[in-house]
Design a binder for this molecule. Structure first.
Ligand SMILES: [Zn+2]
Length: 136
């Protein structure tokens, strides 16, 4: 096993002990775990490599897809780069003041509220990918 993979496993295990994380959190972004990420991905797995099952949300798992990254650090870096690109348009939408929203019709306000909520969720993921993993 490559040295960086050994360090990754130790870091991964220490994460949950040090920060008292729930095991139902996505390791990458901190959201609710929905699926299990195979590291390395099944498409690249060989019998000679150790494989880990990492708690993940569906979106992180989907974005990682079949990317052949053998370490958790590489996978975190990939997600950290991909989220802002994937949600570039949403992240560039303006922030609305409550007074502005009150002036809008119901349907427009509901639509904007949905976008604001989604934008906050993505910003939370990006912050987690940046700050949490830098602490480790
Ligand atoms: Zn995630």
């Amino acid at each position: 096993m490559a040295r960086h993979r050994v360090l990754d496993v130790q870091k991964y295990q220490a994460t949950y002990e040090k920060y008292d994380c729930d095991w139902d959190m996505c390791y990458y972004c901190g959201e609710q775990q929905e699926v299990t990420d195979h590291v390395p991905p099944l498409v690249a797995a060989t019998l000679s490599l150790d494989r880990w099952l990492i708690p993940s949300c569906k979106e992180c798992n989907l974005i990682l897809g079949t990317q052949v990254y053998y370490s958790l650090s590489e996978r975190v870096e990939y997600l950290r780069a991909r989220y802002p690109i994937r949600y570039k348009k949403l992240l560039n939408t303006p922030d609305w003041e409550p007074e502005e929203l009150e002036e809008m019709g119901y349907n427009l306000r509901v639509s904007i509220d949905h976008h604001i909520s989604k934008k906050k969720s993505i910003l939370r993921k990006i912050e987690w990918l940046t700050n949490f993993h830098n602490l480790l």
